[in-house]
Design a protein around this ligand. Structure first.
Ligand SMILES: [Fe+2]
Ligand SMILES: [Fe+2]
Length: 265
């Protein structure tokens, strides 16, 4: 765990940046979020009912850490001020630790026969038969990341700090999403489950990353840029929501197929 200077240096008018907090939803977006939550809880129960389903969950988290949290910032940010270099390096080191811990948990659960074969196709959200293909996010996640990247390039010229602001806005939303996903997972499984310590520990880190990204954005976006930042955050979150039901149903179907397939003939 690390504490950066940005964690102790709150800006004078922090309340004005309330667009950074996860917004309360109304109407269809609220119903949509409730539906996604219910379907995903059911999907988690299905996925935990088979060893293959549990491996799929761990692989999804591993890819999320490697391809989303780490790659997004590296792809978007090419120049950083000195005060951000150390903070970002330590942040990314923590994300890499998460990836390593998910990889280790996954390796513990891979049957010896499968681990000795290279390029074994696996059911679920990632498809392909090469090690490179297995580290790629699924189709829906790739579409979401591509849309976020287009938004970043569109909005970067509207901020004095350029691409840094959209990159951290996307980072904030990704951390908030990770927190929501892990919180749901921890509350769906028993605290005695073997994966609970790993999931709850990563959850605590991601919650801290949310605070870190929020404080970084308060420092990067000028007060006069708050309305633009709020507009950008709303668009990033809308992209996330637009894939919610589709990805939840895909996750549930994968869980059902893997559970049924794991039954002895
Ligand atoms: Fe992470
Ligand atoms: Fe994180």
């Amino acid at each position: 765990m690390y504490v950066d200077a940005t964690e102790s240096a709150a800006p004078a008018d922090a309340a004005a940046y309330d667009c950074l907090a996860v917004p309360g939803l109304q109407g269809w977006p609220r119903l949509q979020a409730q539906l996604v939550d219910r379907i995903k809880r059911a999907a988690l129960r299905q996925l935990h009912a088979s060893a293959a389903g549990e491996r799929l969950l761990l692989r999804t988290y591993l890819i999320g850490e490697e391809a989303t949290e780490i790659a997004l910032q590296r792809d978007l940010i090419t120049q950083r001020p000195d005060w951000l270099v150390r903070q970002m390096d330590r942040h990314l080191a923590e994300e890499q630790q998460h990836a390593q811990r998910f990889a280790a948990a996954l390796a513990e659960r891979v049957p010896a026969s499968a681990s000795s074969r290279r390029g074994v196709p696996h059911a679920g959200m990632t498809q392909g038969n090469s090690p490179a293909a297995q580290s790629q996010p699924d189709f829906l996640s790739r579409r979401k990341i591509a849309t976020w990247q287009r938004l970043a390039h569109t909005y970067a010229p509207r901020f004095e700090q350029g691409m840094l602001v959209p990159a951290f806005a996307i980072g904030l939303c990704a951390e908030q999403m990770a927190t929501r996903v892990l919180d749901r997972h921890c509350s769906t499984i028993s605290t005695r489950h073997t994966l609970h310590p790993l999931l709850s520990s990563v959850l605590a880190d991601e919650a801290r990353h949310v605070r870190l990204c929020s404080r970084t954005l308060m420092r990067l976006a000028a007060p006069s840029e708050q309305a633009t930042l709020a507009e950008l955050l709303e668009k990033i979150r809308a992209v996330d929501r637009s894939w919610g039901i589709t990805s939840a149903v895909a996750m549930l179907l994968a869980g059902c197929v893997l559970r049924i397939g794991s039954r002895p003939a």
